[in-house]
Ligand binder design. Structure first.
Ligand code: ADP
Length: 370
């Protein structure tokens, strides 16, 4: 089967890597000539936001999917009309692309998400009491396009673009759950993962699984995933980012209609990974079991501050000597501060051991430039 992927980044790369054991041809589209998928797929250099480019790319494929949601959804809708399978469908991509539509989707389907007000332009009066969070309707990614407004003085920093003004949640834990649905309507839910702040470095970059949750919390999450999967009306793999607040209530922060950073530890930590599951969704195959095998965690390898240029991974040989520790690099030759270059998965017999190992591995490696 000819499978086209919009985006040629690490998510696409790991999907292809995982699916190479089956018999398909992968085609990717990305503006960067050195995108991570370039040398492992039939690669087209081009803009996935451009209508004609996406239409041309998709027209001779059996199925078209995405590894980034900021793509031209109108072109995907046109491809659907022409009989090309698009996973997830254009309508849900469009909804999720726009924070305003996404928030309204949760409201319509009774999925708990923080209270919000829509602001189309800067003349509109904000009714939400301080402190609150402003989220741009479009263009947000990896923490950009999100800001907290705490005081009257902060009002001057408000962005003028159309946004969602959202009440600030008193967060106890940031959780994530990856759900999948195939065309036959079969569904699967991965065990919940948690983004853990490293107490010493105070960086949100460990993702761990499984998470010890109260029965009540798990029940709230089960209800959310059930409602979401019923509402979504499209095959796909979705990452639902959740907040557990200090009073024990679960809120949906946002959903990604694609593979997600919070699912990387499933490569070695679960019976099947999010990448295997995505492949099955794309081909409408029976979904995979996704139980946690043991405690697993992931640490992103991010370009260190102050270094830009040809990448050098310091400390990797020491990491390779560790048991149950798995390095995944994304084939990016150039590092810059904050760029996601790879990740390391770690397995352990207990949560304590896992955290110790993650902190140790983190202290051993650095992503710098030659
Ligand atoms: P992005 O898509 O860029 O990751 P998010 O919507 O996930 O943006 O927001 C980034 C971070 O901002 C979240 O991980 C969370 O820590 C914080 N945040 C977002 N919305 C809220 C909220 N309503 N209350 C408290 N913190 C929030």
């Amino acid at each position: 089967m000819k499978i086209g992927i919009l985006g040629g980044g690490q998510l696409g790369r790991m999907l292809i890597q995982s699916a190479l054991k089956y018999d398909d041809q992968f085609y990717t589209l990305d503006p960067a000539s050195d995108a991570p998928c370039n040398n492992i797929s039939h690669f087209t250099q081009g803009n996935f936001n451009d209508y004609e480019t996406v239409l041309n790319f998709g027209k001779d494929k059996d199925v078209v999917t995405i590894e980034i949601e900021h793509v031209n959804a109108d072109a995907l809708a046109e491809l659907e009309k022409q009989g090309i399978k698009v996973v997830p469908n254009a309508a849900i991509i469009k909804t999720i692309q726009q924070k305003i539509l996404q928030k309204e989707f949760y409201k319509t389907y009774g999925i708990p998400s923080p209270d919000f007000q829509v602001v189309w332009n800067s003349d509109e009066k904000i009714m939400m009491p301080l402190p609150f969070v402003q989220k741009m309707n479009t263009g947000g990614y990896d923490g950009k396009g999100v800001q907290v407004i705490r005081t009257e003085e902060d009002y001057q920093h408000l962005w003028k673009e159309a946004s969602v003004i959202e009440s600030l949640v008193d967060i106890d834990k940031e959780l994530s759950v990856i759900v999948a649905r195939n065309e036959n309507g079969e569904t699967n839910i991965f065990p919940v993962t948690e983004m853990v702040a490293d107490p010493k470095l105070n960086l949100l970059d460990f993702n761990v699984c499984p998470v010890l949750l109260t029965e009540d919390t798990q029940r709230q999450i089960d209800l959310i995933t059930e409602k979401f999967l019923n509402a979504v009306n499209s095959p796909g793999l979705f990452a639902i980012e959740l907040f557990l607040d200090k009073e024990g209530k679960i809120w949906v922060n946002e959903t990604a209609p694609r593979l997600h950073n919070s699912g990387h530890q499933s490569q070695e930590g679960n019976t099947n990974s999010q990448f295997e599951q995505m492949y099955r969704v794309v081909k409408n195959l029976p979904l995979a079991d996704t139980d946690a095998i043991t405690y697993s965690g992931m640490l992103n390898l991010v370009g260190a501050e102050g270094y830009a240029g040809k990448v050098l991974y310091e400390g990797m040989e020491e990491v390779l000597k560790l048991p149950e520790t798995y390095i995944h690099l994304y084939g990016k030759t150039e590092t810059k501060p904050g760029r996601k270059m790879g990740h390391i998965n770690v397995l352990a017999d207990s949560r304590e051991e896992l955290m110790e190992k993650l902190v140790m591995v983190k202290s051993m490696v650095r992503v710098i430039a030659e």
